[in-house]
Design a binder for this molecule. Sequence first.
Ligand SMILES: Cc1cc2nc3c(=O)[nH]c(=O)nc-3n(C[C@H](O)[C@H](O)[C@H](O)COP(=O)(O)OP(=O)(O)OC[C@H]3O[C@@H](n4cnc5c(N)ncnc54)[C@H](O)[C@@H]3O)c2cc1C
Length: 410
Amino acid sequence: MPLKNPSSSFAPESEDLDRIDVAIIGAGVMGAATAYWLKRINPNLSVALIERDYSFSKASSTLSASSIRQQFSCPVNIQLSQFGIQFLRTVSDHLSCAGEAIDLGLTEPGYLYLASTDQEPSLRAAWDIQSRHGAKIALLSAAELAKRFPWLNTDGIALGALGLTGEGWFDGPALHQAFLRKALSLGVIKIQGEVKAIRCESSGQDLRYAKSVCLADGREITCGALVNAAGAWSSSLVKDLEIELPIGAARRTVFVLSCPTPLTDCPLLIDTTGFWLRPEGRFLIAGMDPRAEEDDLPLDPDYSELDEAQWAVLAHRIPALEAMRIERAWAGYYEMNHFDHNAVIGPLSGFENFYCIAGFSGHGMQHAPGAALALAEWILNGAPQTIDVRPLGHDRIVRGKPLRELNVIG
Ligand SMILES: Cc1cc2nc3c(=O)[nH]c(=O)nc-3n(C[C@H](O)[C@H](O)[C@H](O)COP(=O)(O)OP(=O)(O)OC[C@H]3O[C@@H](n4cnc5c(N)ncnc54)[C@H](O)[C@@H]3O)c2cc1C
């Protein structure tokens, strides 16, 4: 249902919190991008971003590996990536402030998924879906892989899938900051504070209406529509409202490695064993399947994930890594949707005006531009228009009908 009676005046000053058209909880990349699109579509709207930590020290948007791929198994994710890559290539046209160019360091060497004989059928099935939806992915035999990437040991590899365009990496934190800066320049109100409670009332027909949010410092902000963009904390934010939102904070460690021998034209490689690796400047970064699976672990890197045995697995695939060094590591939270590893975008079931954009399960940075546009359209016009993200709606969770994304990394 579209937003009712948005204010006709320009955005109020930061202190004037009497009536906010759309309040967004969380100013990570999802919140910032949603605020940006709302103001782009309707400059007269009053939009507030409520964030407890503007240093974003624990936010996934700061701790991301910030890569983009077309190789998903769900068509809606492929569409979001197609929009994402176009947006990244032309980012200055969208987010430049005062004509300044934005350099995200976007590079497109591709993703390379490697498959063993057992994994080959699912790689081919995913390729089929991707190709039917316009992604340019080459299937390469072991011999072709060995020729193209001489530093790769192709033992045990039956097939590889290499993205030919639209796949690579970029500076995700810079994209986040660019969204935030642009949103604020368009008049989005920045509120520093932690949301402690959400006040709701019944609006008839079994629907609830999110009326206001209460901050830790005692302020209460009344809103016409509310957005949950709280990332890995989006479930705990609504725990008192009996909303089914199976999103948890799943820690992932990223290792920074140095390797004396350069790996020429190295794409983002996903091994048959599950580790991933890609260049980052003069280093490599890599991640393994986590050892500890519980949610909410402290954000300390788990160095045990790259022990001697795992080191041998890396060096088996890329012999030059025998001589690698672990430079450092960091940890961040995947905002993991434990239900089906996909985002939740759109109105929360049972609510008239409470929306969600969370649970991207480790692939949200690349999807933020398209997902946030779709949500802004949903809020303002009653339905997404540019990209039909309705398959990612919250009702699938309530109905127990998962939309499983099979290509989740790490
Ligand atoms: C290690 C790692 C690697 C990744 N690699 C990739 C990748 O290669 N490609 C890709 O596309 N994606 C990747 N991602 C995922 C991507 O970074 C996330 O999907 C994206 O950043 C999520 O953004 P967000 O705005 O939802 O969450 P966040 O950036 O976490 O923002 C949520 C914000 O909400 C705030 N908040 C929470 N609760 C409250 C409250 N009660 N009151 C006020 N504020 C609150 C938090 O402080 C936080 O700033 C990776 C993530 C990690 C951790």
